[in-house]
Ligand binder design. Structure first.
Ligand code: ATP
Length: 202
């Protein structure tokens, strides 16, 4: 059975995780590339030692695990460092996603890739589902969830693809500016759509 691979992406605080869990509640398998990256960076993993070799002990926390905030800060203003990190993680993420895909039996799968457009992972998916929210909504939700200030959030947003760039690549869009109830019905609508697509392209 051909598996329809849907890449879910969107800017910071747009609602990717919330949407992924709404799909999961409908029995849709979810592959989360952020979670894969986190697991790859755990002590004992091959990527862990490579990251520490390149970035040094200063990116470790007191328990000698990789402090993801520190690592993120370090690569943020330094494109060379970012390239190094991507060079370590991206091929491994690709391999793991492919392994997970091969083990799945379902009409379709949601692959959450926050930086789908920026990282060039588009070849791993058949369709791109963009969650779109106004910038002020992204800021408000991210501030409430993380405690980050507006200027820090804006800095992160400026380093990500713009809404326009994302929308240009989108096959499908979920708009997430309203309440959770509205979001739930949007996800249900998409779920019906992907099920029908999967059944006609099988
Ligand atoms: P990040 O890029 O930071 O990982 P994300 O895109 O995964 O974020 P979520 O974590 O799903 O976004 O959502 C950000 C915050 O906004 C969360 O606290 C979530 O509960 C809340 N949220 C998402 N959608 C809605 C909504 N429609 N109404 C109210 N709150 C929402």
């Amino acid at each position: 059975m051909a598996l329809l691979r849907v890449g879910l992406t969107g800017g910071i605080g747009s609602g990717k995780s919330t949407i992924a869990s709404l799909f999961a509640m409908r029995g849709v398998p979810i592959i989360d590339t952020d979670e894969i990256a986190r697991n790859l960076s755990e002590p004992g993993q091959e990527a862990f030692s490579k990251i520490v070799r390149i970035f040094g002990d200063s990116i470790l926390d007191e328990g000698r695990r990789i402090d993801r905030d520190k690592l993120r800060e370090r690569v943020f203003d330094n494109p060379e460092d970012r390239k190094h990190l991507e060079h370590i993680l991206h091929p491994r993420i690709r391999t793991i996603v492919r392994e997970k895909l091969a083990a799945l039996e379902a009409p379709y799968v949601i692959i959450v890739v926050p930086l789908l457009i920026e990282s060039g992972f588009t070849d791993l998916v058949d369709r791109v589902l963009v969650v779109d929210a106004f910038e002020n909504v992204q800021i408000q939700r991210t501030a409430a969830r993380t405690g980050l200030g507006e200027s820090e959030i804006r800095k992160i947003m400026a380093a990500q693809a713009s809404r326009a760039q994302r929308l240009q690549l989108a096959n499908d869009v979920i708009e997430n500016n309203a309440d959770r109830k509205r979001l739930e019905s949007e996800v249900e609508r998409m779920h019906q759509w992907y099920q029908s697509l999967a059944s006609t392209t099988r």
